[in-house]
Design a protein. Structure first.
Length: 99
């Protein structure tokens, strides 16, 4: 059975990697906007940031409710990266154990 599920695990891992890249892009863009390197009045910057926010916020919002505020520093992406890393690490082991 694990031989049948391993391609699914590979696809899930690829999706998680893509999501991690989108979270990283959102973090970098928010820093660039904060330091006035990028301007949100620019339509292209606004569209990209809006897309990244719509994709990443559903995963980050619950974590922001749990984690305490650290001033301007947001720990939720770090916790999200750690959780996604754990999923990537233990999902293949779980599939092998089930099969």
């Amino acid at each position: 059975m694990s031989e049948l599920l391993m391609p699914l695990v590979i696809v899930i891992n690829a999706a998680i990697e893509l999501f991690k890249l989108l979270v990283l892009a959102a973090i970098v863009m928010s820093w660039l906007i904060s330091f006035n390197i990028l301007n949100t009045h620019n339509r292209a910057v606004y569209v990209v940031m809006d897309f990244l926010s719509r994709v990443t916020e559903p995963a980050l919002r619950p974590l922001r409710r749990i984690l305490p505020q650290m001033g301007a520093f947001d720990l939720s992406p770090i916790l999200l990266f750690f959780a996604l890393w754990l999923i990537q690490m233990y999902l293949p082991m779980l599939v092998r154990a089930l099969g």
